[in-house]
Design a protein around this ligand. Sequence first.
Ligand SMILES: [Zn+2]
Length: 320
Amino acid sequence: MSTKHFALLGTAAIGLSLIVAGCSSKNADATISPAAGVIESTAPSGQLDNSSATLSSPVTSTSVATATPAIESVLPGSTEPTPITTTQLSEQPTTKSTLKPTAKPTTKPTAKPPTAPSGEAITVIAKPADMQVLVNKKRVLPSNYVPTDLVEPKVRFPYEEKLEKRKMRKEAATALERMFKGAEKDGIILYAVSGYRSYQTQKALYNNYVNKDGEQAASRYSAKPGMSEHQTGLAMDVSSKSANYQLTQSFGTTAEGKWLSKHSWEYGFIIRYLQTTEDITGYMYEPWHVRFIGAAIAREVFEQGVTLEEYYGVAVPVAG
Ligand SMILES: [Zn+2]
């Protein structure tokens, strides 16, 4: 479905070589940015986690997965992170296909790109403003990237404060408004909890966690700056009254979570992190995190039951 190719560019000026992996015809981010000084090559890979900042007590020892979103978990009227204990995982929102859209590339770069400790390359995204941008642990946003068209969608929020995180890029905000209205017609009341998050906000969050729990622990539940999809302004964390406005995996079992899983593609959104795909996306199941990608791709991703990484045919999973 796509032409896989690797391109290796040496950027002598900054002493870095970068690799572009997994570019497909559908992925417009096929070139490397010379502004690569922001590469997060010092980031220990495999650690940061979801684009959603998560809570300070990352994982329990029980067999039940624990979603612990922090900064995003805001009770009505509160701006403070709220610890969450999660309940049983829900059924998978979409059926995951074992078929991958593309085969792995057979060619490899001839020179070694900078690598994370795991040995995998990290790419600085060349076109962060692209609506179809792929952000994950291996593909990071430039630190200076701020969307120019952030607006506040006219939807319900479980808090009154006018915070940065209410915002999304205009097209995504309009689509979110349509989706919330569509849900309401089905008797489903959704709440927007956390959208845009700046590089600096994510950095501060992550550093707070590092100070509190140490880097190794923090990196298991909080995304490093540049690696959060929320910086694109195309993601929104959604919850419901039935989930106490929390960002928790049990949201996936609510009527609202099920509706979101079933219908979000109709409005150009995908559930970005599915159950059992952490080894591919690098992030745990987040039934609350929707990403605007446009109607055509959202539909295909949904119908194929794949992750965005698989859809784009990214060769190197971001496991870890
Ligand atoms: Zn999120």
